[in-house]
Design a protein around this ligand. Sequence first.
Ligand code: 5GP
Ligand code: MG
Length: 177
Amino acid sequence: METLQVKDKTFAISIPAAEIQQQVRRVAAEISKDMAGRDPLFLPVLNGSFIFAADLLREVNIPCEVSFIKLASYQGTNSTGTIREVIGLASDITGRDVIIVEDIIDSGLTMAHMIETLQKQNPASISVCSLLVKPDALKVQIPIHYRCMDIPNDFIVGYGLDYDGFGRNTKDIYTLV
Ligand code: 5GP
Ligand code: MG
């Protein structure tokens, strides 16, 4: 079994690059079909989705724009833990069909908060596109229009996702052993 050492933790390969690419192409084709004639604005969420976004966008074959956003964490004292604020939204999204591009949806709290924030700027529509979803971890109901793969409730790294800042630079996805 192919393993990856990231700092003090050992990970084993769980989704090979070829499967990722196949699913990314499938989702890009779905988006290209659904969004034809709508000139969507993709909003990939840094840092985790930078590799996914780069691969996805190169497979999307309709006119579109891309603008990266980021989430700044600050310590929240509510029951849901840390609240993360959307920063860096450079484009005017009023009247636009926006597609949020995420690396992974776990509890869904981050995405729920992001949808709520973006909604205030009156886009024509908001779609969610996530590379990975952990269905068993979802704590809130959020619409996930496009997803490449569902995974179990394990911690993964690679293909943009990190463990303590490291491990993003791999073609495959790895699961904590
Ligand atoms: P949520 O608000 O959905 O619980 O959290 C989503 C965020 O948690 C993701 O954007 C990602 O930063 C982080 N996350 C959740 N699960 C994993 C995982 O298995 N691996 C890594 N590297 N990050 C994760
Ligand atoms: Mg993320």
